[in-house]
Ligand binder design. Structure first.
Ligand SMILES: [Zn+2]
Ligand SMILES: [Zn+2]
Length: 411
């Protein structure tokens, strides 16, 4: 092998390196990008605050999460491995729980994607699983106390049968149990010490798994009252919970929607534009980590799940009113039928229902405003180009089973 060839091979290795995503992700599909423009008041940050890689029980290297986020036009992802659950530990015997974050962070360096560090604190229900994001050091959130070894066997015996069958021979199970014995309150105090934002994951799903009678237990209420839980997943993956929605409202928890992706986003959510991962739209003053964290603590979020917007009325209506604008009105020749052009600058297909008796001439009282385009509706018996149309937004929720109402107006 001559020197030049060796040189070429050595330096062409860059092209296959896992350090950046440009080597594996150099296309842009505009149809695929999640589109929620900034409003006159806020930066609208599309965030996926719950993702996994092979560093816990996911199936991909962390840089693939970055590639997926870039393809989806997501603004922020959190790397949230289970601290305890490490099925690939014999193949990837890392000790540093910050490592997957570092890999993803480096992979995103050349892009605008914000990558933040996080963890999934994995406990039996209650409390179930809890994510801490914006953590400074994930290693400090795990505490293995070997003096409690004698309690491990008893703990394993109490596990549900299906879990035992799946994990009983795993070499990491012993340490996972020791880690789970660290009281949750102490773990969350450490998260608080690090100024992390903490949210309760898939509450109803966890409760079902453990056959609990109710989702919200006294333990949860205590943790919430001590300000150790700040948010709750109302949406996790394909799952949505009215129960979690109501808990968020009753206890002032920030509403979160995440993918909790373990495999590939495409496998779970199909191709855009029909499918997309659930995201939390964070209404932040700036597109910057501290500002985004502040907005999370203030509850400034709307979940985009399937074609639905879910959140507090103030936040949902801010987005609806920002993205739907009447841009033009004109009378059809020699009639009193007013053509109203409504521009929608977001990815949402709005499903609106007239609630003030306005008569729509080219459709039913329930009508769609298509995403990223202008839709024209025709209103009968009109005498002015100034228009007010009262509508309920049927694809948005501000409480379980409750839609917000707004007025489409051009004056
Ligand atoms: Zn979980
Ligand atoms: Zn998870």
């Amino acid at each position: 092998m001559n020197f030049l060839r060796l040189y070429c091979i050595l330096f062409s290795l860059n092209a296959f390196s896992h350090g950046t995503v440009t080597s594996i992700d150099d296309f842009e599909d505009l149809n695929r990008l999640i589109n929620f423009p900034d409003t006159d008041k806020y930066h609208v940050v599309s965030a996926d605050l719950h993702t996994h890689s092979v560093f816990s029980d996911g199936h991909v290297w962390p840089n693939l999460r970055v590639a997926e986020a870039l393809r989806d036009g997501v603004d922020l992802i959190a790397v949230t491995e289970h601290l305890e659950l490490q099925p690939h530990i014999s193949d990837i015997p890392h000790k540093d729980r910050n490592r997957p974050y570092e890999i993803a962070f480096n992979a995103a360096k050349e892009s605008n994607l914000i990558v933040i560090n996080g963890t999934e604190i994995t406990r039996k229900f209650p409390p179930g699983h809890i994510n801490a994001v914006f953590v400074k050091d994930a290693n400090k959130l795990i505490n293995i106390d070997r003096s409690r070894q004698s309690e491990v066997e008893e703990f394993i015996e109490a596990l549900p049968d299906d879990l035992i069958q799946e994990y009983i021979d795993e070499p990491w199970l012993n340490d996972a149990v020791l880690a789970a014995l660290w009281p949750i309150e102490e773990t969350l105090l450490e998260a608080k010490q690090q100024n992390a934002f903490v949210f309760w994951n898939h509450p109803a799903w966890s409760a079902e798994q453990e056959n609990a009678e109710k989702v919200l237990t006294n333990m949860h209420i205590e943790l919430i009252n001590k300000n150790l839980i700040n948010g709750i997943e109302v949406v996790n993956g394909l799952w949505f919970s009215d129960e979690a929605f109501q808990i968020a409202i009753d206890y002032g928890l920030t509403m979160i929607g995440t993918s909790d992706v373990h495999g590939l986003i495409d496998w779970d959510y199909l191709q855009r534009p029909d499918g997309h991962r659930p995201v939390t739209l964070i209404l932040a003053d700036k597109m910057e980590k501290n500002s985004i964290k502040k907005a999370l603590f203030k509850g400034k979020t709307v979940i985009w799940y399937k074609n639905e917007l879910i959140g507090l009325e103030e936040n949902v209506l801010h987005l609806v009113n920002s993205y739907l604008k009447i841009i033009n009105t004109s009378f059809k020749a020699k009639t009193n039928v007013l053509v109203v052009d409504i521009k929608n600058t977001s990815d949402v297909k709005f499903v609106l229902k007239v609630n003030d008796g306005t008569s729509i001439e080219n459709g039913a009282s329930i009508f769609n405003i298509l995403p990223n385009t202008t839709t024209s509706i025709e209103i009968g018996n009109s005498f002015s180009k100034k228009v007010n149309i009262g509508v309920d937004v049927l694809n948005a929720y501000i409480k379980p089973n409750t839609h917000p109402s707004t007025i489409l107006t051009n004056h």
